[in-house]
Design a protein around this ligand. Structure first.
Ligand code: HEM
Length: 161
């Protein structure tokens, strides 16, 4: 964490480990739910690249829920960023957008899925991450083949490492 490519500076506010037991999940087609989640962002190697992961669980029994892992890249000399995300539910995505101060917004630009995914089909995902002090808020909305772009997740992580 102490040494990273200088081109990653606009994203350095993400570095480290984040946790919350009080994520709020919702969607028009399901019941509201609460979830725990850990997020980690690690600058890797000599290239301007970040490895990241989001691991979530059910607060009642710690059972694993959604998991996402991938890499973040930044277009040199710009605030244009890209997440390359692999979701355990059979979806891979590229999300692109911009970082501005300690806040970023990205949205799906391409998406792939396995031939045997459970319906509904995710069509697009929009994510915002925003740091305030030692808190990191993530809001995630998604569009499926049945539902227009609607919020699915909101969580405020605390920095743990
Ligand atoms: C539904 C949790 C992230 C896509 C659900 C359900 C839960 C859940 C509990 C209801 C499951 C059911 O009724 O079978 C979570 C948690 C997440 C997360 C804890 C992360 C912290 C995501 C992400 C995506 C996604 C990133 C898309 C890339 C969906 C879809 C459904 C769903 C498509 C089904 C909605 C429907 O039936 O219309 N999620 N989810 N989830 N989630 Fe997530």
């Amino acid at each position: 964490e102490s040494q990273y490519h200088e081109m990653l500076k606009p994203l350095s506010w993400l570095f480290g480990k984040w946790q919350s037991e009080a994520g709020k999940g919702e969607y028009p087609t399901i019941s509201d739910f609460t979830y725990g989640e850990e997020a980690e962002f690690t600058p890797i190697g000599m290239k301007p690249m970040i490895e990241y992961k989001f691991y979530s669980w059910k607060p009642e029994n710690k059972m694993q829920l959604h998991r996402e892992t991938g890499f973040i890249r930044i277009k040199p000399e710009t605030n244009h960023i890209a997440f390359m995300a692999a979701h355990n539910l059979g979806v891979v995505e590229i999300q692109e957008g911009e970082v501005q101060g300690q806040e970023l917004t990205v949205q799906t630009t391409s998406l792939g899925r396995t031939s045997f995914n459970k319906p509904p089909e995710v069509k697009s995902v929009r994510r915002t991450l925003k740091r305030t002090g030692n808190e990191l808020e993530q809001v995630m909305s998604m569009e499926t083949n049945k539902t227009a772009m609607t919020q699915h997740l909101k969580i405020t992580f605390k920095k743990v490492n």
